[in-house]
Ligand binder design. Structure first.
Ligand code: G3P
Ligand code: CA
Length: 264
């Protein structure tokens, strides 16, 4: 028989660094993942998409305009879909200088770069971003998690979760890799009936703390799901979320907020 797992209380929620630690380093870069790891947070979060030649890369936006030097490297293509670039092209972009000069030379990472930074203390939340523009991405991510030994070790240590706002993508992922923990993201928590339908394939719900109500909290927990919130940037907002009864908070500033939680 298994010993009962130690239960986390709402006073000490799980902490997740958003896009690595996007308040202190350029989002979705190895520098941000290292800040996430240095914070001692439970996870850092990444966004994954597929290049035009099928390589899983880490990037949040639909285009490279905001966070890269694409206009200098590929003039006229800044507002093209980021998924229309090949992996070789993506590797030519600077993804750090938009944040500050200190980060000039940061590259767009491959999915596997995140596994190299993660530890059994600080795992990875893998958000499948805009899967409609990355057809087949669920299979690609599942294959990486299963076949790459670094990812497999993290899965075995329960330090990997997969997330998406796209319910159809989550259902596909659950069918391909039911052993991986799965989160349904949503801007607003829907009705209890919808939340209960999510409980058939997901383990948790992630939502925007600013519009979360006590009824939402009751519905998610009543459906047997864990509740996470984003993007909680100040200790006051972390405390507000705790008081509502959430289980996990995603923050751009994991260093500051981990310090706050440990001082509780
Ligand atoms: O963890 C959820 C959060 O990352 C969702 O928002 O737009 O930053 O991907 P976004
Ligand atoms: Ca995300």
């Amino acid at each position: 028989a298994h010993a009962a797992p130690a239960e986390r209380t709402n006073e000490v929620p799980v902490l997740i660094g958003h896009r690595g630690a996007s308040g202190t380093a350029p989002e979705n870069t190895v520098a941000a993942f290292k800040d996430g790891r240095a914070s001692g947070a439970d996870f850092f979060e990444i966004d994954v998409q597929l290049s035009s030649d099928g390589v899983p890369f880490l990037f949040h936006d639909d285009t490279p305009a905001r966070t890269t030097d694409v206009e200098e490297v590929f003039p006229g293509r800044a507002n093209n879909p980021v998924t229309s670039f090949t992996w070789a092209e993506l590797q030519q972009l600077d993804a750090g200088s938009y944040f500050s000069d200190k980060y000039v030379g940061e590259r767009i990472p491959h999915l596997d770069d995140a596994a190299q930074v993660a530890t059994t203390q600080t795992g990875v939340y893998i958000e499948i971003k805009s899967p409609v523009y990355s057809p087949g991405i669920e299979q690609v991510v599942a294959d990486e998690l299963r076949n790459d030994p670094t990812w497999s070790r993290l899965v075995a240590a329960e330090k990997i979760q997969v997330l998406s706002f796209d319910e159809a993508s989550n259902r596909r992922f659950a069918a391909i890799a039911p052993e991986i923990e799965l989160q349904q993201l949503t801007g607003v928590v829907p009705t209890r009936a919808v939340v209960e339908s999510w409980a058939t394939f997901a383990d948790s719900v992630g939502t925007d703390y600013r519009v979360l109500t006590p009824q939402n909290v009751a519905d998610v927990k009543g459906a047997g799901l864990i509740l996470g919130v984003y993007t909680v940037n100040s200790p006051e907002a972390v405390q507000y979320s705790l008081d509502l009864g959430v289980d996990a908070v995603t923050t751009d500033f994991p260093i500051e907020n981990q310090r706050f939680l440990q001082g509780q």
